[in-house]
Ligand binder design. Structure first.
Ligand SMILES: Cc1cc2nc3c(=O)[nH]c(=O)nc-3n(C[C@H](O)[C@H](O)[C@H](O)COP(=O)(O)OP(=O)(O)OC[C@H]3O[C@@H](n4cnc5c(N)ncnc54)[C@H](O)[C@@H]3O)c2cc1C
Length: 427
């Protein structure tokens, strides 16, 4: 491989990754493993790294969230920068990145819950599972979407549409008592706002046959094993509390094809028909419908990046496959994408690129570096309730104040773009 003139941070090759979720972090890891002398800048629109590890994976699944520790080690390496609070396409253009880096990897995930796509009253009480779990994970942008009134109460009876792992996550989170959240980082204020007490009745409807449900058996078992939960599938009780004594009943019904969601007597009515016989129509009334039907790219992302094709622009995760996937799948995809990037770099005679240093004047003032993120991280752990592992900040202003460490908005373009010379010292 040709070695272009060394750049300000001492690395001859420069790659930008857009999105510091698992796909972006796994891609950066694989790039570094394949070619240790690559400078990598990982941009994220949020002030915090790790995407849905922080704001998607359920707050009571700390084991799964612990993948963030291996990403911490990635950002501990010289020449791998976190560039937080910078939305590519808004704060800095993709074109500017292409001028400063040899290749750009788009790892922006899938931003929004997939819509129902059936007849639906505009004012019917429907919320996406992704949006709900982002709220329970203190996502500052999810909070904003629910302002000014704040998140709405879900009520004592809800319908969840979809039988994947996210559906099981929602049912579990809504049927747990306060004690069941010990050692989690659930947003207690948001949880109390949407469900002051565990939801009494949860109906989960799936279009498919039971064997085709996408959730893992372990997720269903975990739900059934919550003390106070009675779980039945198509009317047959599974493990769990006897029907006479439960706090929450969860009724799973398969082969139910949703036809419409309507307002009905101040509640919401879901009309379904049997998957094998469209004349067999049924109605279910509840306080809220939660859709857990997968994710779509946000319209803004599609508008920004949808049509951009260049030989040095690569995609990984949702933007490549149209599916959010899980961590293991995205790790594999990221390794394949990194291989493609490395092959591209090997085949080229790369021109000189400055990397992050060249963008110094084009980035907003409030960039969050990895060190600034660590200040947020530490502050959230320190302020946690004794029975919680962390209490997250819930607004961008709070996050930025914690990043600055002094209550003021952080302004650290020189820290994040600090140029490492070849001896590894910060210039
Ligand atoms: C409720 C829920 C529970 C889950 N639980 C599990 C689980 O237990 N185990 C498991 O393996 N998987 C789980 N997953 C799936 C897992 O979260 C995903 O596989 C993974 O997060 C996808 O990673 P990603 O990097 O592709 O996307 P994301 O995690 O969404 O990351 C994308 C990142 O890109 C950033 N971004 C977007 N646009 C821009 C832009 N224009 N400029 C800069 N940055 C941008 C976003 O801010 C975000 O940080 C769960 C998902 C959900 C929704």
């Amino acid at each position: 491989m040709r070695t272009p003139a060394e750049t300000a941070n001492g690395f001859p090759l420069q790659v930008a990754v857009v999105g510091a979720g698992p796909s972006g972090c796994y891609a950066a890891q694989a790039l570094r493993k394949g070619q240790p002398d690559i400078g990598i800048a990982v941009f994220d629109a949020l002030p915090t790294p790790y995407g849905l590890v922080r704001y998607g994976i359920a707050p009571d699944h700390q084991g799964a969230k612990a993948v963030s520790r291996q990403f911490d080690r990635l950002f501990g390496q010289p020449g791998v920068e976190f560039v937080g609070n910078v939305s590519v396409g808004t704060d800095v253009s993709l074109e500017a990145l292409l001028e400063s880096f040899h290749a750009v990897v788009l790892a922006t995930g899938l931003g929004t819950d997939r819509q129902l796509g059936i007849e639906q009253d505009p004012d019917a009480l429907v919320i996406g599972a992704g949006d709900l779990i982002r709220l329970l994970n203190s996502d500052p942008d999810a909070r904003l979407r629910h302002r000014p009134a704040g998140p709405r109460r879900l009520g004592s009876e809800v319908v969840i549409l979809g039988t994947g792992n996210v559906s099981a996550d929602v049912a579990r989170l809504l049927s747990k008592s306060d004690l069941d959240f010990i050692a989690s980082d659930v947003d207690d204020d948001a949880l109390r706002a949407v469900a002051p007490a565990p939801v009494r009745t949860i109906h989960i409807l799936g279009r498919c046959e039971p064997h085709a449900a996408r959730w893992d058996a372990s997720m269903v078992r975990e739900l059934a094993e919550i003390v106070g939960v009675h779980l039945s599938v198509d009317g047959v009780p599974l493990l769990g509390e006897p029907a006479a004594a439960p706090r929450t009943t969860v009724n799973v019904r398969f082969r139910q094809v949703p036809v419409s969601v309507r307002r009905h007597d101040g509640r919401v009515r879901v009309t379904t028909h049997d998957a094998g016989d469209s004349t067999r129509v049924g109605h279910l009334d509840a306080d809220t419908v939660i859709t857990a039907l997968g994710f779509d790219p946000s319209p803004a992302q599609s508008a920004r990046f949808g049509g951009i094709e260049a030989s040095n622009v690569f995609r990984v995760g949702g933007p490549a496959t149209g599916r959010l996937g899980n961590l293991a799948e995205n790790r594999k995809l990221a390794a394949e994408t990194a291989k493609g990037v490395l092959e591209f770099l090997r085949d080229q005679e790369p021109p000189h690129r400055t990397g992050l240093a060249g963008l110094r004047d084009r980035l907003p003032a409030s960039v969050v570096s990895f060190e600034a993120w660590q200040r947020i991280d530490g502050a959230e752990v320190r302020r946690a309730r004794p029975d919680r592992c962390r209490t997250k900040f819930t607004t961008r202003d709070e996050l930025l104040a914690a990043a600055a460490g002094s209550g003021a908005l952080v302004s650290i373009p020189t820290a994040t773009t600090a140029a490492l010379d070849t001896t590894g010292e910060v210039k």
